[in-house]
Design a binder for this molecule. Structure first.
Ligand SMILES: Cc1cc2nc3c(=O)[nH]c(=O)nc-3n(C[C@H](O)[C@H](O)[C@H](O)COP(=O)(O)O)c2cc1C
Length: 173
């Protein structure tokens, strides 16, 4: 395989596109995040990279909690709304046509319309440069029967996830 060297950059692909909700009933917010991934199996943990300038950074830092909401590819319009403007002074749940539901453990609300919601509690924050990495334990999961197979696992054909490659949305289906 012939290869060429290219500039070091964030080239891992595909990465998931998720909507991270934070705050409380009164300060609720959603941010679209592509710098997200699983970082540990036991305890189950995810990491999300967020710029300090984001309103969500402030809310998650204050509260130490957030919810990772995994959208369907068909929810791309809402993903764009939540990634297109800050939630400071506006309600992105309303703007994106999404509904908040109470989580079971964390104070941050779930996005009802997303088939899978991971309730997360921050365990460590690592300052990396442009982004801070919030390392968080998944303390509860809500999953719609509509995206599960007969064994209770995620069925990709039903979950129809949204990915991101080199600045473009990717569905792979
Ligand atoms: C596809 C996509 C992926 C994004 N990924 C990230 C990310 O990983 N980290 C981040 O800080 N911002 C990311 N953003 C930008 C934020 O979603 C955007 O700045 C948002 O308006 C911040 O909202 P907030 O100020 O209400 O928190 C992404 C935007 C899009 C459209």
């Amino acid at each position: 395989m012939s290869k060429k060297m290219i500039t070091p950059q964030t080239l891992l692909y595909p990465v998931p596109v998720v909507m991270v909700s934070s705050g409380t009933e009164t300060s609720r917010n959603i941010i679209t995040v592509a710098w997200a991934g699983v970082v540990c199996s036991d305890p189950p943990m995810v990491g999300i990279g967020i710029r300090p300038s984001r309103y969500s950074h402030e809310l998650i830092s204050q509260q130490g909690e957030f919810v990772v909401n995994i959208p369907l590819a068909s929810q791309l319009d809402a993903v764009k709304v939540c990634g297109g403007a800050t939630g400071r002074g506006r309600d992105k749940f309303r703007d994106a046509g999404l509904h908040a539901a109470a989580a079971s453990i964390v104070k941050a609300p779930l996005i009802s319309e997303c088939p899978v919601n991971l309730e997360c509690q921050v365990r460590q924050v690592v300052k990396l440069g442009s982004h801070d990495l919030f390392l968080a334990e998944i303390v509860a999961i809500h999953a719609s029967e509509e995206v599960l197979d007969a064994y209770g696992r995620i069925d990709p054909a039903k979950a129809k996830p949204l990915g991101y490659i080199s600045g473009e949305y990717w569905t792979g289906h």
